[in-house]
Design a protein around this ligand. Structure first.
Ligand SMILES: Nc1nc2c(ncn2[C@@H]2O[C@H](COP(=O)(O)OP(=O)(O)O)[C@@H](O)[C@H]2O)c(=O)[nH]1
Ligand SMILES: [Mg+2]
Length: 334
């Protein structure tokens, strides 16, 4: 109990330092959140009242299309306007890429040296559901820290990666001119989530064809009321088209704001966070109880030899962890 209080005091102290703009406190808080310790829910609770100001932009697409390069250039553009930026790079497909990604980015421009930029490559421990939550918690740290814009870079190869993008206000999907890419993107569900499309590596052959292909597919699949998903060409490593992308992102922001859609997105995020916390608490209440594993082992044997059903065993487990206590109380009162 004492050590718990000590820890919670420490989190409070770190959070107040964060709010004063202390970079080390920000880094420390993010590490605690990534470690998924008990402290992390204290931190997120403390931070929440100071969030809701940052604009969140997701950049997603297959590996190698130039997402990091684009994020880098976009950051340079934003910094030129005096906008501060937090970058969260997530690559669930490759457990080894985190450090390398960060290295590449810092080598290319010097945004890594800029006080107005905070970059974090996310470790890929745990499942993707957990990663989505951690990503959004880290974004909250950046938000409370005062970053104006948060850029998420994620590899969009499957449905679970797309959950990470749900944390964004504007989602940019990046593809390259290679034929077949747009069909793959459609299969991966990227068409539905894109607010803006970018065909990067437009210095390669086939960029105009790729743009047309994407526009045709978008005509069939996209149904965002009042917003026609634009398809831009960029050459990210040269910085070509990045200013145009910046302007389109701003247009999308104004579109969202004028249609009350920004508030709707925030409501969705708050709802998802609440549901997530309930699920997490229920889950840990059951599976952190040492009696359950033992009970389960015994019951599984019994059920497979014809005694009982998974349903009855599940009911027993819920009884054991007190899931029905409250309703039994109510019954007793009647
Ligand atoms: N030819 C060409 N290469 C690019 C362009 N943008 C990025 N690259 C290169 O493509 C490679 C992968 O880029 P990266 O940003 O790491 O891709 P990510 O995996 O999507 O983050 C790097 O070698 C970049 O220098 C572009 O517009 N044209
Ligand atoms: Mg990358």
């Amino acid at each position: 109990m004492d050590s718990r209080n000590l820890k919670s005091g420490k989190s409070k102290e770190l959070v107040s330092k964060l709010l004063e703009g202390d970079r080390l406190a920000a880094a420390r808080l993010i590490s605690i959140i990534e470690d998924d310790s008990v402290e992390s829910s204290d931190i997120v609770r403390e931070i929440f009242p100071h969030t809701g100001r940052a604009y969140r932009i997701g950049v997603t697409g297959p590996p190698g299309v130039g997402k990091s390069t684009l994020v880098d250039r976009l950051t340079v553009t934003l910094r030129g306007e005096g906008v501060t930026v937090g970058i969260i790079a997530v690559d669930p497909t490759s457990p080894f890429s985190g450090g390398a990604l960060l290295g590449d980015r810092v080598r290319m421009t010097d945004i890594g040296m800029d006080d107005g930029v905070f970059i974090r490559s996310m470790a890929t421990r745990g499942n993707l559901g957990g990663l989505a939550k951690t990503t959004s918690d880290v974004a909250d740290v950046f938000d409370a820290f005062g970053k104006d814009v948060i850029l998420f870079e994620t590899v969009g190869v499957g449905q679970s990666e797309l959950d990470i993008v749900e944390a964004a206000d504007t989602t940019v999907v990046v593809l390259v001119p290679e034929s077949g890419d747009s069909v793959q993107a459609m299969k991966a569900g990227l068409m539905e989530i894109a607010d803006i499309f970018v065909v990067n590596k437009a210095d390669r052959e086939g960029a105009d064809n790729a743009v047309r292909e994407i526009e045709v597919i978008l005509d069939m699949t996209s149904d965002q009321e009042g917003w026609t998903v634009p398809v831009l060409k960029t050459v990210a490593h040269e910085g070509d088209g990045v200013d145009a992308l910046r302007r389109i992102i701003d247009q999308h922001y104004r579109y969202l704001a004028s249609k009350e859609k920004l508030a709707e997105k925030r409501r969705k995020r708050v709802r998802a966070a609440t549901v997530g916390i309930v699920q997490e608490k229920l889950h840990s209440r059951v599976w952190n109880d040492p009696r359950i594993e033992e009970f389960l082992k015994k019951r599984v044997d019994e059920i497979t030899t014809g005694n009982g059903t998974p349903h009855s065993a599940a009911e027993e487990i819920l009884h054991m962890v007190g899931f029905y206590n409250h309703s039994e109380c109510m019954k007793g009162e009647q």
